[in-house]
Design a protein around this ligand. Structure first.
Ligand code: C5J
Length: 220
């Protein structure tokens, strides 16, 4: 076990039982012409965390620790996308409609791929999730249990939507969760700040938060 300097108090990292989860670092959220951009967001905010996230992935890769990449992705016939989800958002472009990088949030489309600098390697787990949370309709809990994973380190976008939802789902399933605060981002800085405060409130009601430097220092 290795102790990581974190808030609200040190996090016990257990090598062999810890996986990295990189949430939705896909072109649809990070690049111009994708879903996030179509909603009128400044995607440069999210692109800025790519180098930190790459360092975090590298830390896990060098030690052969498990890495899970998620994508928010729907089947081409949208049978896994509730009409309520399709209806919301930008009145111009909805999930399944065609943007500059193909159909928005549809599996297999160019915009649905993880950005080139963070592309998964063979052997890493890639999970297509139809929901905001990574456990809904993915079977991931069963896979993690089979790998004897009890601890999850989180990165990715957006902090208050898919990262927070996934972390809360994981917390309810008994995982000890650590969010790397400079490897996650939101289109809205105030939402990221509020999410971090919510996670660590009341003795870590959802989990822990630390900068990447704390992880790197612990495993230097
Ligand atoms: C959103 C996500 N924001 N990955 N998805 O719709 O956070």
């Amino acid at each position: 076990m290795t102790t990581i300097a974190a808030r609200p108090y040190p996090y016990d990292f257990v090598p062999g039982h810890t996986a990295l989860v990189v949430i939705d670092m896909q072109r649809d959220f990070i690049e111009k012409g994708g879903f996030g951009d179509s909603l009128g967001n400044d995607v440069a905010r999210l692109e800025a965390i790519v180098p930190t996230t790459a360092r975090l992935i590298d830390l896990f890769r060098k030690r052969d620790w498990p890495i899970i990449h998620t994508r928010e992705a729907h089947k081409p016939d949208l049978s896994d996308c509730p009409p309520s989800k399709i209806r919301r958002g930008n009145p111009g472009l909805h999930i399944g409609e065609t943007g500059a990088m193909g159909r928005l949030l549809v599996a297999g489309e160019p915009g649905n791929q993880i950005v080139a600098d963070l592309a998964p390697l063979d052997g890493e787990i890639v999970v297509d999730k139809p929901g905001k949370g990574m456990f809904w309709a993915t079977g991931l809990h069963t896979r993690l249990a089979a790998m004897q994973i009890t601890h999850l380190v989180f990165a990715g976008v957006t902090t208050e939507v898919c990262v927070q939802t996934s972390m809360r789902e994981a917390n309810d399933r008994g995982y000890e969760c650590l969010l790397i605060e400079d490897a996650t981002e939101s289109y809205f800085p105030q939402f990221k700040a509020a999410t971090i405060e919510m996670i660590i409130a009341q003795g870590g009601i959802v989990g822990w938060v630390a900068p990447l430097s704390a992880l790197e220092a612990a495993f230097a």
